[in-house]
Design a protein around this ligand. Structure first.
Ligand SMILES: [Mg+2]
Length: 218
């Protein structure tokens, strides 16, 4: 059974609307200027700005009284806990499964935070394996995390594909272990890439990526 490996953030779950919803709620509940929303979304840089730095700046800007460590904890729980599969993702996964694919989530990040997102999105019940870099001790593009995903899914990387939004981590990582790839190209991509990697296929979103994998392997 071929393995479909998928990145989590901004691949299975689009994060920007979740951050925006959190920011909106934070400003409303604190009675802060709602006009700060766009500034805050900008400061988030698509989630790529270090959290402590972002929250320190926000705290200073609005005069929030909760210590940054506690704020950080609250924010991780609130945003992570709000993770839901982006519409269309569940049915795309079902289609792949009907065609005999198994499915693994391969995500970079701290174990507790990423596991929280996985469970909030219901992926722990859908996936044959979940690999979080911190718990595996290897971060994409390290080959070990992909091999571990296959091992946990009870299969091998033969015929596997990887779908992800990060060229350096997901796509270069997949190619490093001989796995073909689909790059989910985001319009609001904040990353700059160093590896010069090109994916085998490029998709606009996750369901499109799955469609392309299924037709490429039909
Ligand atoms: Mg990602």
């Amino acid at each position: 059974m071929p393995l479909l490996m998928c990145d989590l953030d901004d691949t299975l779950v689009e994060r920007p609307p979740l951050f925006r919803a959190w920011a909106e709620r934070f400003l409303a509940e604190g009675g802060y200027d709602p006009g700060l929303l766009e500034w805050l979304v900008e400061q988030d840089r698509g989630g790529h700005r270090p959290r402590p730095e972002l929250l320190e700046e926000l705290t200073a800007r609005v005069g929030y009284s909760v210590p940054v460590e506690q704020f950080l904890e609250d924010q991780i729980l609130q945003v992570g806990g709000s993770y839901r599969l982006t519409p269309g993702v569940r049915s795309a996964l079902d289609r792949a499964r009907e065609r005999g694919w198994s499915f693994a989530v391969v995500t970079n990040g701290p174990t507790r935070q990423q596991r929280l997102k996985v469970e909030a999105a219901g992926l722990h019940e859908l996936a044959d394996a979940v690999c979080v870099s911190e718990e595996v001790g290897a971060w994409k593009p390290d080959p070990r995390i992909f091999h571990e995903a296959a091992r946990r899914a009870g299969t091998t990387l033969d015929g596997a594909w990887m779908i992800g939004d990060n060229l350096d981590a997901d796509i270069a990582g997949a190619h490093g272990v001989g796995v073909r790839s689909v790059w989910v190209k985001r319009d609001d991509d904040w990353l700059t890439y160093e590896s010069g990697t090109e994916a085998d296929l490029v998709a606009g979103d996750f369901p499109d990526a799955v469609r392309q994998v299924l037709s490429a392997t039909a």
